[in-house]
Write a protein that binds this ligand. Structure first.
Ligand SMILES: Cc1cc2nc3c(=O)[nH]c(=O)nc-3n(C[C@H](O)[C@H](O)[C@H](O)COP(=O)(O)OP(=O)(O)OC[C@H]3O[C@@H](n4cnc5c(N)ncnc54)[C@H](O)[C@@H]3O)c2cc1C
Length: 664
């Protein structure tokens, strides 16, 4: 009898019944791809308009997606009664703050309906106001509505919410409305009329990640809500999970399937250095800092000396109260806390207060002694309980790993300080990053699906919502655009018939889906392929870029696609999903390289440096570059920077017809 322990990685028998090749067929008025925040809101909206709705979700809708674990700040609710700034002014500020490269359509939908959407969330059971008067008398509380605000206590457009259970509540509402939710289905392709790229979308197909069966949905309208690509520049399965800020299920498949179907994308050339891409990152919001969830926490050095704060213009602030007020010369600010780096000149106007940006130099001169700490204990009671309570208790991925674990380990915010890693010269709460430790979409506003005022793409019947839209971001952006797109899709579906699936297209896709099952068992596995893609992007599509480097990036990615990807094997449906994801990451990397080749100018706001076109942001290049696949070629076009035109005249009639359809 052998006494040897099973080898590491010893294969366990697959616990589910396999059904490779089996086809499950479904029909819907509206199909939603991705049951994350945008997806569930789209499904609820479409169902409220009377549509028969199907959600296909790769993970489990109850908690899936970047917002599944929670949300603590509900951004840019410029439609709330206490907001000092209206939706038009706030949207324009957000756009200007990105040098024009922010989605005017979805940003306006967000600013004009975030509060209205929050009230709907409240009807579903979400806690959005201080009903127990825990914060009575606090500076950030509006006594009339009992809403709590974050960051700018004068502007009052960001609402603090108790969002840890919003996702399960929305899932429950889907159930109540009869939305059919199919979890563990990874969508792999959009199906188009006559199987032609560039034609109307008539449904989608995917693979069940436990049985391996194919799922085919015919639909009159489809809402794509599968978030963004990650793991393009950095990948490590060992250092920190699979080193992503967002959940691993967000792997860019939404981009890849729309690209293959002929959809237009824009701003794909933007990427930036980001700790969110670093395998060495700390758990988000799990170390002491002063930004975002932890705003406006006091930071002290090892001797208890307070780090001074400055306003947008760099003027020192004397009191804690000034950290939450616009500076002289500002009527409101967008977000404070900032990083230790200097903001881009020209984007200062909306900058909030932050710890002094010259902390590094002053530490080196001996004025401050590392390490630094977030001094929760030194904060006024209301502020402390708002940070270590409402915020850390409800922020995505913090309720259990940070709040509960630290508390169980003995951390007491009334007494203890939490160490900050600012002294490592990273960004606020995080750590230093190299130029090649870039992210495309883990953080911030990034490129994505180009849509019109119906949130419809150039492919008739394909709508988009959430973080996968070009130039948009945030939980409330996903909620509001999902809510809006679901209604637009339902109204569109009323005028359409179900179209047949093109059998040849489906069979080609099934061949593609199942190919890794019979690939060379000695070939690379999905992790090696992902690491190879990341290395190509680090080497040839980092900082700085030129035509030669980008040509090499393209060549190596094509080489990986032609030689290594077909050899990447899967032994079960889970691995199959992983291999298909990496195939899509490869597709996204190629989209990014194509967009980088197309922009022949450098741009500070796009974090885009071309050695061969060094002039920064020349006016003739201040425009959206749009890419689209045509056969084996990439077609490039452009749009003026504010191509969406006037906000209200486009938004208001559509919004009114959405509300009327809900009522009916
Ligand atoms: C840790 C963390 C904290 C955050 N905190 C805040 C906050 O406090 N406030 C704020 O405004 N924003 C916050 N955000 C951002 C916010 O969560 C996102 O903006 C929002 O979730 C985006 O919604 P979405 O629907 O576009 O994507 P998601 O919510 O990620 O949903 C996408 C869904 O698509 C599914 N999917 C992907 N591919 C496929 C496929 N091929 N087939 C089927 N399904 C697929 C995924 O599994 C996922 O469920 C946070 C994000 C993170 C990661």
């Amino acid at each position: 009898m052998s006494t040897a322990a099973p080898a590491l990685g010893h294969a366990q028998p697959w616990p589910y019944t396999l059904a490779y090749g089996h086809e499950r067929k479904l029909e819907a008025d509206v199909l939603v791809i991705g049951g994350g925040i945008a997806g569930v809101w789209a499904a609820i909206s479409a169902a409220r308009c009377g549509a028969r709705v199907v959600i296909l979700e790769k993970a489990a809708t109850e908690r899936s997606g970047a917002g599944g674990a929670g949300v603590d700040h509900w951004q840019w609710a410029a439609d709330n009664p206490a907001s000092a700034v209206g939706p038009e002014q706030f949207s324009q500020a957000l756009i200007d703050n990105q040098g024009g490269y922010r989605n005017g359509i979805s940003t306006y939908i967000q600013c004009a309906s975030a509060y209205e959407t929050l009230l709907e969330m409240e009807r579903y059971g979400g806690k959005v106001r201080d009903t127990d008067d825990e914060f009575a008398g606090a500076d950030f509380r509006d006594p009339a509505s009992r809403l709590l605000f974050a960051y700018d206590y004068v502007g009052r457009s960001v609402v603090r919410v108790w969002g840890h259970n919003f996702k399960p509540l929305l899932r429950e509402e889907c159930r109540r409305l009869g939305v059919r939710v199919f979890d563990r289905v990874a969508v792999t392709a959009l199906l188009t009329e006559g199987g032609q790229p560039g034609a109307a979308v008539v449904g989608a197909c995917g693979v069940h990640t436990r049985s391996g069966a194919t799922v085919v949905v015919r639909a009159k309208a489809t809402v794509l809500a599968a978030n963004r690509p990650q793991r393009i520049w950095t990948f490590s399965s060992e250092l920190r999970g699979i080193s992503t800020f967002r959940p691993p299920s967000c792997s860019g498949t939404g981009y890849a399937i729309a690209w293959r179907a002929g959809a237009e994308f824009t701003m794909m050339e933007k990427s930036m250095r980001s700790p969110f891409g670093s395998a060495y990152a700390f758990p988000p919001y799990g170390s002491g800092n002063a930004i975002n969830t932890w705003y406006p926490c006091t930071i002290v050095d090892a001797n208890g000396k307070e780090v001074p704060w400055v306003d947008a213009w760099g003027r020192p602030l004397a009191t804690l109260a000034e950290r939450t007020r616009p500076a002289e010369g500002q009527s409101f600010f967008i977000m404070g806390g900032g990083s230790s780096s200097q903001p881009h000149p020209g984007l200062v106007q909306y900058l909030g207060p932050r710890p002094t940006p010259d902390l590094d130099a002053r530490m080196r001169r001996g004025e401050f002694t590392p390490p630094f700490y977030a001094d929760l204990a030194g904060m006024p009671d209301h502020e402390r309980r708002a940070i270590w309570g409402v915020m850390v208790g409800n922020e995505g991925k913090t309720r259990i790993p940070v709040m509960r674990s630290y508390t169980e380990a003995g951390f007491d915010p009334d007494r203890d300080m939490l160490q900050s890693y600012d002294f490592l010269r990273g960004q606020g709460m995080r750590e230093p990053v190299l130029p090649q430790e870039r992210t495309f979409g883990e953080q911030g506003v990034c490129g994505g699906l180009l849509v019109d005022w119906d949130l419809m793409s150039n492919l008739p019947g394909l709508f988009g919502a959430g973080d996968g839209l070009f130039g948009g971001q945030d939980h409330s952006h996903a909620a509001t655009t999902g809510r809006y797109a679901g209604a637009r899709a339902a109204l569109f579906a009323r005028e359409r018939a179900l179209m047949p699936v093109d059998r040849a297209q489906l069979e080609r896709e099934q061949q593609r889906i199942y190919a890794p099952l019979s690939a060379d068992a000695n070939g690379p596995d999905w992790k090696e392929l992902n690491a190879a893609i990341a290395r190509v992007m680090q080497n040839y599509c980092s900082e700085p870029k030129n035509a030669e480097l980008l040509g090499l990036a393209e060549r190596w990615l094509v080489d990986l696609q032609e030689t290594e990807a077909p050899r990447t094997a899967a032994a079960n449906p889970h691995q199959l999903m992983r291999v298909l994801e990496v195939d899509d990451i490869l597709c996204c990397a190629r989209m990014i390289v194509a967009a980088c080749q197309a922009r022949r100018a450098s741009s500070a706001v796009l974090h885009f440096e071309r050695l061969d076109y060094p002039q920064m942001d020349p006016p003739e290049w201040h425009k959206w570059l749009v890419i689209r696949r045509q056969g084996d070629e990439v077609q490039v076009s452009d749009r003026p920077i504010a191509f969406w035109g006037d906000f209200e005249s486009h938004y208001r009639p559509r919004h009114a017809s959405n509300l009327a359809a809900f009522a009916g």
